[in-house]
Design a protein around this ligand. Structure first.
Ligand SMILES: C[S@@+](CC[C@H](N)C(=O)[O-])C[C@H]1O[C@@H](n2cnc3c(N)ncnc32)[C@H](O)[C@@H]1O
Length: 339
């Protein structure tokens, strides 16, 4: 169905202009998806009430018009677009208000991390999994809703792609994606704290995502540049040494191919409250995002899912010099030496 075929009064929200869902020239896929999902949420909240938990909606909960609108978003999201120079200043300035704290204490072994495992799946929500009951990789890293057309979009986004999972635990995403006829080139799980893998678990590279030797360890496995990096409730939320947050972003920059996306959800650092160490971790996350955006033409998009903010960093194809990398690395150095 095309926009022009919609009767605006078929949707519950009469004041809403469907033209708003048209993709802008030069609007990246990540930017379009995060903008269109916000608009869609406004429509859904109007029908279901402001307190409705949209994360729990299943395909059968949508009206025919809403499904048609999601289909249209999927079509628009697949259009090719020329990337332009990203302007990240607004999103960078918002970061400090959006980064939250995650307090699970100082975990440092496989046994410790066993207690954090929620076995999140790519599409399916694990309703029985305590705090993770509203979360899947798709709805926290890509698009809030899971319908047959968004699964087709996932196929166009992921077929043939080289994917690194940072902190996947005992993930079985390869099997699940293949079951949906989605076939990445490879999907490797970089996680130093997993034992007792099951036969259908994703292959694990037992190494920290925040170790500066990660790129060379992966190079030895013939993994150089990848199209997607996913950190689902892993790093930076479980990094305790402030300096490791900086190394995480250096690794992302070293490993991400031009045109690739690094997706991180939630935007949380370890700790609770406003102690100096917590503030330093948060400040390091902000400066590291600022640093990576100065190293190439990255576009920073922010989105909210399951009550927490996340980010997508897309490495666009043109270099963007908004400020010198020397200035930024100096700032990062000042923070790392001050704690
Ligand atoms: C809460 S679990 C999440 C697991 C999985 N991503 C999910 O959503 O179900 C946190 C994961 O982060 C991993 N992790 C912790 N520190 C890490 C690091 N430095 N590098 C890579 N993974 C790490 C842990 O081993 C654990 O598997």
């Amino acid at each position: 169905m095309l926009f022009s075929e919609f009767e605006q009064n078929e949707l519950d929200i009469s004041s809403f202009s469907l033209e708003l869902f048209t993709r802008f020239n030069n609007e990246s896929q990540a930017a379009y998806l995060s903008r269109s999902v916000e608009l869609l949420c406004d429509i859904l909240h109007t029908r279901l009430g402001l307190l409705a938990d949209l994360n729990r909606l299943k395909e059968e909960d949508f009206t025919v018009d809403e499904i048609a609108l999601i289909d249209e978003i999927v079509l628009q999201a697949q259009m090719q677009c020329d990337s332009s120079n990203a302007n990240n200043e607004l999103n960078l300035s918002l970061l400090s208000d959006l980064i939250a704290y995650h307090d699970r204490g100082e975990l440092g072994s496989s046994m410790d991390f066993d207690t954090t495992q929620r076995s999140r799946m790519f599409f399916d929500i694990q309703y029985a999994k305590a705090s993770a009951k509203r979360e899947s990789y798709w709805n926290t890293l890509f698009f809030l809703f899971n319908t047959s057309s968004t699964r087709r979009l996932a196929k166009t986004m992921l077929d043939g792609k080289k994917i690194l999972l940072f902190g996947g635990g005992r993930s079985k995403l390869n099997v699940e994606l293949n079951n949906h006829n989605i076939n990445p080139d490879f999907l490797l799980n970089v996680d130093p704290f997993v034992d007792n893998l099951e036969i259908d678990s994703d292959e694990v590279v037992s190494f920290s995502a925040a170790d500066s030797k990660l790129p060379s360890v992966l190079n030895q496995k013939s993994v150089n540049q990848v199209d997607e990096i996913w950190a689902e409730f892993s790093v930076p939320a479980y990094l305790h040494e402030t300096n490791k947050i900086k190394i995480l972003f250096e690794n992302i920059h070293a490993l991400l191919a031009v045109g690739g996306n690094a997706r991180i959800w939630p935007l949380k650092v370890s700790g609770v409250g406003e102690s100096s160490i917590c503030r330093a971790r948060k400040q390091m996350l902000i400066e590291s995002v600022r640093w990576i955006c100065s190293q190439a033409n990255y576009e920073l998009n922010l989105f909210k899912s399951a009550g927490s903010w996340g980010m997508v960093l897309t490495k666009l194809d043109k270099f963007n010099v908004s400020f010198t990398s020397k200035e930024v690395s100096l700032k990062v150095k000042n923070i790392s030496t001050s704690n």
